[in-house]
Ligand binder design. Sequence first.
Ligand code: FAD
Length: 296
Amino acid sequence: STPPASRLPPDGIHFSFELFPPRTSEGKAKLPTTVARLAALNPAFFSVTYGAGGSDQDGTYDTVVDVVTQTGIATAPHLTCIGSTRAKVAALLERYKAAGVTRIVALRGDLPATAMSPEAPGEFRFANELVSFIRETHGTHFSIEVAAYPEMHPQARSIDEDFEHFRRKADAGASSALTQLFYNPDAYFYFRDRCAAAGMTLPIVPGIMPITGFQNVVRFCGNCGADLPRWVRLKLEALQDDKPALLDFGTDVVARLGETLMKGGAPGLHFYTINQADPTLRLWKALGLPADDVGP
Ligand code: FAD
């Protein structure tokens, strides 16, 4: 495909790469290569999810330590609070602090089936309570990232209520926000401008997910309530059996999105890498970002 015509300098724009703790021995064996290829792009930080697909907190901790040891690049654990207790979160924060971690992605997490049962007496209800707790217990030691939903969190009752809930996280002391994935830049710009108009100063970094398949993008969008433009969905569906053409089209769509976001003043891009280097590297090149050392 033809890359976007204009080239954006990366000056002042921060990139970050999200990983998950590998669950299989094959995934574990592959991660260092993926991390090395992504590290060559010199991101501001990596982040490592917690709880997705049943991963445990040890998996997150171990992956964070491995990535830092391998690359020397700051790596932020995601930390979810639903169903947990102050004592557990406090112990985990101490463990991360002792490991040299200075950035945390603070989340509520998705409600487990047991969240309301007596076995899981959660002491946190929403992410703003976790942000307050981290600030109360550790002052400014950690940079705190929170989640933002330009197209609304799927369980929120209204876009206005969801916005007010986001504001609580900012007021509680969040340092910056990473958005849920989206394919509609206007939703991001509207949300960002609304935050600025409400006096919030925290950077709101778009989360972008490379498109690598028809079924998986439809599933991801469905799970998180992201609007996949109809024309993109139709085209991806038509290209399902032609992987190279689908990857070209998907890269073009997401590179245009990234370009529009950066031109419109987005302070950075957070890539949902799904532990694969190739899709992010393809996007990186299509965006015209410097990629001298990243191989073929
Ligand atoms: P919150 O900000 O607490 O919001 C959750 C919902 O509650 C929203 O609908 C909000 O409007 C509502 N709400 C908030 N406060 C109140 C209030 N006081 N009264 C009533 N309603 C309220 N999940 C994982 O399990 N592991 C991960 O590693 C992970 N990483 C993520 C990374 C990013 C960048 C993003 C965007 C999401 C991630 N998630 C992860 C998913 C996230 O846990 C879910 O979207 C979760 O449902 C909400 O988390 P939150 O921190 O946004 O919650």
